[in-house]
Write a protein that binds this ligand. Structure first.
Ligand code: URA
Length: 291
């Protein structure tokens, strides 16, 4: 093996450890590398940009350390780490001082990231933290969070088995705020969007549930919950169910018993359970059916 090929191989292994899975190389470079036992690391990009001549060891180092922008997945943040846990920790650290969000001056400064299993098959996405979430620095711990936890339990799961995140990582600010909360604006969600997209890319859940129309809009699924719920949409290719936000269920409960809204959310969750292949008992099928 030539010195250049050896160096190239080392760099590919290094990039793979950093989580990079695709590097565009022209056919000659692939040929040189064949037989090195690392083929998955050097799969050709499906839409390979201009061929890159790997002519010398120095050139190889330059190209591998500075991949052309086309090789970075659109809208994602590149994070270093040997495991999903390490990458999520690096991502969380970056979110703490995320300038595009903080520069808006419309969000508070305490970052609330996410909670749950980095290997979860099911991910819930809300809109933004509220007062309780900001205090405890954990999403969905206030009244809406307790409702969400009850939904998760009704599905036969425990909260630590799923992953819970928000599109916007900071509590939206208001004048004379006290304990009042507001929905994040499209601009505030856009500033934080790379985080939730990168979380999705790292966790690779089998199903996402978008809680409410704001979260759905943040994920690129615009519309009313009434019009979107009951069927799967797609977020980066992952089946995504849109359902009512737990706060809506709480409001409906206050105005009556809220059984109709609860049944609608539950029907959405039954579809999610079916998609995940979770067992569903007759009792579960019957929850919130009007008598
Ligand atoms: N509502 C949300 O959308 N997210 C939270 O974390 C709490 C309430």
């Amino acid at each position: 093996m030539s010195a250049a090929t050896q160096l190239l191989k080392q760099h590919l292994q290094q990039r793979q450890l950093q989580g990079v899975t695709h590097i565009p190389l022209r056919a000659e470079a692939l040929e040189k590398l064949s037989g090195l036992g690392r083929k998955p690391a050097i799969r050709e990009m499906p839409e390979a940009p201009k061929p890159i001549a790997v002519e010398s060891a120095l050139e190889a180092r330059r190209i591998l350390d500075n991949p052309p922008p086309e090789t970075k997945k659109a809208g994602l943040i590149e994070v270093a780490g040997a495991s999903i846990e390490e990458k999520l920790a690096a991502l969380r650290a970056m979110a703490e001082t995320w300038e595009p969000a903080l520069a808006l001056n419309s969000l508070r400064k305490t970052m609330v990231f996410a909670v749950g299993d980095p290997h979860a098959r099911l991910m819930f996405v809300g809109e933004a933290p509220g007062a309780e979430e900001e205090k405890l620095r954990e999403p969905f711990v206030g009244p809406a969070g307790q409702k969400l936890t009850a939904i998760i339990k009704a599905m036969g799961l425990d909260r630590p088995q799923v992953y819970i995140s928000n599109i916007c990582k900071f509590r939206p600010a208001m004048d004379n705020q006290g304990s009042a909360n507001r929905k994040p604006t499209a601009e505030e969600m856009k500033a934080c969007l790379p985080f939730v997209l990168t979380e999705i890319d790292l966790i690779k859940p089998q199903v996402i549930v978008a809680l409410g129309a704001t979260a759905a809009e943040g994920l690129g699924i615009p519309g009313s919950v009434g019009g979107l719920r009951g069927r799967f949409h797609s977020t980066s290719g992952i089946p995504t169910m849109v359902t009512y936000h737990p706060s809506y269920l709480l409001r409906e409960e206050k105005m009556g018993d809220g059984i109709h809204a609860k049944r609608q959310v539950w029907e959405d969750m039954l579809k999610v359970m079916e998609k995940l292949g979770l067992p569903i008992s007759e009792k579960q099928r019957g929850y919130f059916k009007a008598k």
